[in-house]
Design a protein around this ligand. Structure first.
Ligand SMILES: CC(C)(COP(=O)(O)OP(=O)(O)OC[C@H]1O[C@@H](n2cnc3c(N)ncnc32)[C@H](O)[C@@H]1OP(=O)(O)O)[C@@H](O)C(=O)NCCC(=O)NCCS
Length: 96
């Protein structure tokens, strides 16, 4: 599953809205039995939710971005072990 795009209006930032959105989204994904979630985003923000650079699993994206901004989080233990490849977003993301 892909997380994003995510934005909180400036006047409502830094009061926990983003954290709640991510945590609720991850919980919903887990309930749907999603195995892993990817995000292209701030490398200083998403690690707090358990995301880490996907490259460490041998997984990359289609985007020409620094390696640390494309991240992934396992929702099931060791589900990415042995997985390698390129993540391709659903065509819906092309309109953003
Ligand atoms: C990134 C964003 C969604 C976070 O939402 P938020 O509601 O402000 O986040 P929260 O209140 O839950 O969390 C605040 C924490 O996130 C950190 N944070 C916010 N923006 C950050 C950023 N760009 N990089 C790193 N950390 C960031 C704050 O320093 C704060 O840290 P602290 O808890 O240690 O004090 C919001 O700042 C935003 O909309 N930014 C502009 C759009 C954007 O950059 N979207 C993300 C695209 S990947």
């Amino acid at each position: 599953m892909g997380l994003g795009p995510m934005a909180v209006k400036p006047e409502y930032q830094r009061i926990g809205v983003g954290t709640k959105l991510v945590n609720v989204g991850l919980k919903m994904c887990a309930e749907l039995n999603i195995k892993a979630v990817v995000v292209l985003g701030h490398p200083d923000y998403y690690p707090r939710f358990g995301f880490s650079p996907s490259i460490q699993f041998g997984i990359t994206s289609e985007y020409d971005v620094p390696k640390d901004v494309f991240m992934i989080k396992e929702l099931q233990d060791d589900i990415l072990l042995g997985e390698k490849g390129i993540i391709k977003y659903h065509s819906t993301f092309e309109s953003f």
